[in-house]
Design a protein around this ligand. Structure first.
Ligand code: ADP
Ligand code: MG
Length: 448
């Protein structure tokens, strides 16, 4: 690393980062930060609110460490001060000025996707329960299950169902005020409102809703201050019997959120969205291809469904490729052609199938420069423990086996140890760029 004058470190960081994030990101999050003081030991930054501080540390700790003096822990030595004009805090219920209400917040305006409707949602044993819960909620908002919490893997139709609820209520209960938001846009709204000192307006807005549909709540993890604001909004709505529906990639108990928040989310109905079985996948393929004006023969639909089994979005991807190909080539589809066109996708799913714990350990051992026997052993040495946790994380991600069975392959660790490791690494790779790269490298090097 080049030695730099401390006060320049921040300036250099700004220059470095400016080309690496969008101008909106830079303007919203980075530009408002003021350098107050710089010594060889640390720098003092003034931030407009705690969220800007969190954003900076969440996203750029590693980068900052290259430019700034370091603490003995290796973290960048930054002290923060929140600017004096912080008249509005998250918890203040005081309404400062009565302005005309401007009731829609720009970021939160996620429109309902017109393709995501109940009519377009194919039912099967894996999703019947969650679909009927969704229909129940949409028919009697606020009166049946509240909140409805939908969880399941990626690409299985959670967002589709969430938007379907929105459409149904819009059409059958026209007076109801509905908002669909992603968790990210909720957070952005809160930050913007804090910056423009309109947090009370935002609160009034959210609390005036009849139906709040929240997508991907897992992104609230590790965002402590936002969690509190979300939890307050949540309680305010539920207490007035306003309907809330939440989607997530895992069940409430596995979320790294406060006990209070987890308990609230378990208040209503928790419904799991499973992986569709073969017949359902075939039905989805037929419906999606017909809606594109394209007819896929049954035999071929089965062939595709047998090879792509755990993600409906991938099925759609396959159909799109086939449609494009057959239009371009004006060619009848047969199994050979399909196989050729989709071979890349099939390869991906079949690689996943063959991964074993031993393959993972081998690759982790190489990348982390430790021995397989050490990973399987008991050592709590930092490097070894990290390698072990990464192995467990990847085993859970890549192997379709029970947790119990996977954890047994790690020298008889319990499945809660495995879950703990998985959680820790999932969180770490969100904020630690080096670790994320190492994990990717391990993944690439896994031989099957
Ligand atoms: P998730 O939010 O769970 O990641 P999405 O709701 O975005 O998944 O679904 C991915 C794609 O798959 C969407 O285009 C959606 O319409 C489609 N899809 C998922 N499940 C079904 C289903 N049961 N019937 C029809 N389409 C589905
Ligand atoms: Mg989704």
């Amino acid at each position: 690393m080049i030695e730099v004058e401390t006060s320049n470190g921040w300036v250099q960081f700004l220059e470095f980062i400016q080309n690496r994030c969008t101008s909106a990101e830079f303007e919203n999050w980075i530009a408002p930060i003021q350098l107050i003081q710089a010594t060889p030991e640390e720098i003092l930054l003034e931030v407009p609110n705690i969220f800007v501080q969190e954003y900076l540390l969440d996203n750029f700790t590693d980068v900052l460490a290259h430019f700034l003096p370091l603490k003995h822990t290796g973290d960048p030595a930054i002290r923060f001060t929140v600017s004096a004009a912080k008249t509005q805090t998250m918890t203040s219920e005081k309404i400062l000025i009565e302005e005309p209400e401007e009731l829609v917040f720009a970021q939160s305006e996620v429109k309902l996707n017109h393709l995501y409707r109940f009519e377009q949602f194919i039912e099967g044993p894996s999703n019947q329960f969650v679909k009927s819960a969704a229909v129940g909620v949409a028919s009697r908002p606020g009166k049946s299950y509240n909140p409805l919490f939908i969880h399941g893997g990626v690409g299985l139709g959670k967002t589709h169902l969430l938007h379907s609820i929105g459409h149904y209520i819009q059409e059958n209960h026209p007076g109801q005020k509905i908002q669909v938001i992603t968790t990210e846009s909720f957070i952005n709204d809160v930050v913007d409102a804090l910056r423009s000192k309109s947090i009370d307006k935002l609160k009034r807005y959210y609390r005036s809703l009849d139906v709040l549909l929240v997508d991907d709540i897992q992104f609230l993890q590790n965002r402590l201050n936002f969690e509190e604001e979300f939890c307050n909004t949540f309680e305010a709505l539920i207490n007035q019997n306003k309907q809330i529906v939440i989607t997530c990639d895992k069940p409430p108990a596995q979320l790294k959120l406060s006990e209070r928040m987890i308990a609230r989310m378990e208040w209503g109905l928790v419904a799991h969205m499973g992986v569709p079985d073969l017949e359902t996948r075939v039905a989805i393929i037929k419906q999606k291809s017909e809606s594109r004006g394209f007819n896929i023969p049954n035999q071929i639909a089965f062939f595709i469904a047998e090879h792509i089994y755990n993600n409906v979005r991938q099925l759609e991807g396959a159909i799109n490729r086939l449609c494009a190909h057959s239009r371009l080539m004006a060619q009848e589809l047969n199994q050979d052609i399909v196989e050729k066109i989709l071979s890349e996708m099939f390869q991906m799913s079949s690689t996943n199938k063959k991964v074993s714990v031993e393959n993972i350990l081998k690759s982790v051992a190489t990348v982390f420069e430790v021995r397989i026997s050490e990973i399987k052993g008991e050592s709590r040495h930092k490097e070894i423990a990290l390698a072990r946790q990464v192995s467990m994380y990847l085993a859970k991600e890549l192997i379709d086996d029970s947790l119990m069975k996977i954890s047994a392959s790690f020298g008889g660790k319990t499945h809660s140890t495995l879950l703990h490791a998985w959680k820790k690494i999932s969180d770490q790779i969100q904020i630690n760029e080096t670790l994320r790269r190492q994990v990717q490298m391990v993944k690439r090097n896994i031989e099957t």
